[in-house]
Design a protein around this ligand. Structure first.
Ligand code: ADP
Ligand code: ADP
Length: 228
């Protein structure tokens, strides 16, 4: 469970990026954050894993102030998928997926099994893809690896910041299906940032509309379609 309580972020240059942001995201819920570029979506996500600090207000994970966690434990428990494909280019797909499990001292056998399971989950044949280099994959395939890498060590929370924006419509549809399936199967708590309303409505259990750093509406997709 993630809870934002009256969170405000003012950058040192005076930019008010997020203002009086209060939102509760329950376990197993997928919330989409939507709004125009510059409305504070990325800043909101970055505050959750302490890449940037709120100016005021508190963020809780499972009722504990995020500042009370050991920062490594906090980040290991949060999978972060970014817009730009950020696989390590000199590592194989398996090595990319293994980064966080290795930091958590998983055994080699466990990592191999987990890699196979994750590749199967997104329809990439493990015997083919495990040893490939990122450059040998298409953009859509790389994004799928980005998503499963974030899941590798079983984080409770997954943050996705416009993960599909650089993709063609077909890969995008495929990945949206993957995310919905993951959500149904493993019931992770997911915050998904987008500026595409169709994507927000298709994916979210709840949709949170933002404008100029503030929340202007939080609703289920059904309610939002009826009361836009
Ligand atoms: P996105 O909208 O894709 O999340 P960025 O987070 O890179 O893009 O940037 C969003 C906006 O924040 C841009 O207008 C950029 O100019 C501004 N910005 C990003 N970093 C800084 C910074 N360090 N100082 C001032 N403005 C910044
Ligand atoms: P979004 O993800 O919705 O595009 P951001 O959270 O990236 O929005 O940005 C929100 C506002 O904060 C924008 O006005 C942006 O220019 C500004 N901003 C983002 N990062 C910085 C930064 N590091 N320093 C100063 N201003 C920033």
């Amino acid at each position: 469970m993630i809870e934002f309580r009256d969170v405000t972020k003012v950058y040192p240059d005076g930019t008010e990026a997020v203002k009086d942001f209060s939102l509760k995201i329950n376990d197993g819920e997928l919330v989409t954050l939507i709004g125009p570029s510059g409305c504070g979506k990325t800043t909101t996500m970055k505050m959750v894993n302490r890449l940037t600090e709120p100016t005021s207000g508190i963020i809780y994970i499972n009722d504990i102030d995020i500042n009370d966690y050991n920062i490594h434990e906090l980040r290991w428990n949060i999978g972060y998928v970014l817009q730009e494909i950020a696989l390590f280019p000199h590592m194989t797909i398996e090595e990319n997926i293994a980064v966080v499990p290795e930091m958590k001292k998983w055994k080699r056998k466990g990592i191999r099994e987990r890699t196979k399971e994750l590749l199967d989950m997104v329809g990439l044949d493990p015997s083919v893809y495990r040893q490939r280099m990122p450059i040998e994959l298409s953009g859509g395939e790389q994004q799928r690896i980005g998503v499963i890498r974030a899941l590798a060590a079983n984080p409770d929370i997954i943050l996705m910041d416009e993960p599909f924006s650089s993709l063609d419509p077909i890969s995008r549809d495929q990945l949206q299906r993957d995310i919905r399936q993951l959500q149904r199967e493993i019931r992770k708590t997911i915050v998904f940032v987008t500026h595409d309303m169709d994507e927000a409505l298709a994916l979210g259990d709840k949709v949170c509309l933002m404008k100029k750093g503030r929340i202007i509406q939080v609703d289920t997709p059904q309610q939002l379609i009826l009361n836009p």
